[in-house]
Design a binder for this molecule. Structure first.
Ligand code: GLN
Length: 358
């Protein structure tokens, strides 16, 4: 190869690498950088390593109880990190919009807290682990609160029923608008997902009627299930999802727009709930191995929060038995360990000598 051709090739490779790690540091004037926001170099190398390591992993399988999800290409794979100082790193299928599914539950919880205050939400929904599948009927019957927590289907439908509005459309638009503010971009419904799920959600309707029997749903049960189904069908790409996570990491302020989207004082309640139930009955193992508040969705996304630092979102449609993306769990565990992000480890706040190795 001639020297000139080699130079052009090197330049092209450099440009490609730069493009895949598009950065927008400190785009919000006057916004303070978090003292614990990680450096770009640190994160970049580790995220790329994780991406390469797990790229060809084929364990798990797509959700199939929602027909649309069964036919999503299982090979799709995207990773994004957004830091509290608004740096963005992304790799893989970063433009693909997948359905947010249960990750939406976190943001409806945040909106309900904003409207009612954290105490009322806690009284009406609770925040206890169910130790059961996310759509469990026995959990509703047997748990003293019936709702369990805001991140399982029953508790999430009840949380959606708390959102105020003159009619269903008003409530839905308020929810979608709130998610868009957390993402820093306008989000939209994936109509095909909504139709597919609405045609097959008898189980969620049954949960809502059971909640009505126990007086633990706060609006019309089927209307609440319909709004909940819409919220699960919102499309996000990994960068938008990572930014939604970074908003939680950044005390409720969206690092891109600078807007206080979620109330600062509600963040610890939300993150505690995510630690306890974000990966359903896989949450205990996740806390043990990873130690980051996170939330999964059966669409294949998981977002994990490193408070004060940022968030990582991974999309890969193949799920484990509990309904959590296998690739996303592996990538996040790898990155969190390499960067010492486990919130239960003193090294996560800079105390040396306790580093874990993957
Ligand atoms: N919309 C899905 C359902 O209600 C959400 C479940 C999930 O992501 N775990 O079953």
């Amino acid at each position: 190869m001639s020297t000139e051709r080699m130079r052009v090739k090197t330049l092209l490779v450099a440009l490609l690498v730069a493009a895949s790690f598009a950065s927008a540091p400190l785009s919000v004037p006057g916004q303070k950088t978090s003292p614990v926001a990680p450096s770009r170099q640190q994160v970049e190398a580790v995220v790329r390593e994780a991406y390469d390591k797990f790229r060809s992993d084929t364990s798990g399988k797509n959700a199939d109880y929602i027909p649309y999800l069964a036919q999503v290409d299982s090979k799709l794979f995207g990773v994004a990190v957004v830091t509290t100082d608004n740096q963005t790193l992304s790799l893989g299928d970063i433009d693909y919009s997948f359905s947010i599914q249960s990750i939406s539950k976190v943001y409806t919880l945040a909106l309900a807290m904003q409207e009612l205050g954290a105490d009322k939400v806690f009284q009406r929904i609770g925040s206890e682990p169910t130790g059961r599948a996310f759509n469990s009927v026995p959990a509703v019957v047997e748990m003293p609160t019936h709702t369990g927590n805001p991140l399982v289907n029953a508790g999430a439908i009840a949380t959606t029923s708390l959102i105020s509005g003159g009619n269903a459309d008003e409530k839905w638009n308020k929810i979608l608008n709130f998610y868009s503010k957390a993402a820093g971009e306008k989000l939209t419904l994936i109509d095909e997902v909504y139709k597919s799920e609405a045609a097959t959600n008898a189980g969620n309707k049954a949960l809502s009627m059971l909640l009505a029997k126990y007086e633990r749903i706060y609006a019309d049960p089927f209307e609440s299930v319909d709004i909940y189904t819409k919220q699960c069908s919102v499309g996000v790409n990994v960068v938008q999802l990572a930014r939604m996570g970074a908003t939680l990491a950044n005390n409720g302020v969206n690092p891109k727009t600078g807007e206080q989207v979620i109330k600062r004082e509600d963040i610890p309640y939300i993150l505690a709930t995510m630690t306890m139930a974000g990966l359903y009955d896989g949450s205990g193992g996740w806390a043990w191995h990873v130690g980051l508040p996170a939330k999964s969705g059966v669409g294949g996304g998981i977002v994990a929060i490193a408070p004060g630092k940022g968030a990582i979102a991974v999309f890969g449609p193949r799920l484990d038995e509990a309904g959590n993306s296998v690739k996303a769990q592996k990538v996040i565990e790898y990155v969190a360990r390499k960067l010492d992000y486990n919130i239960y480890s003193p090294s996560s706040v800079g105390l040396k000598g306790t580093r874990q190795q993957p």
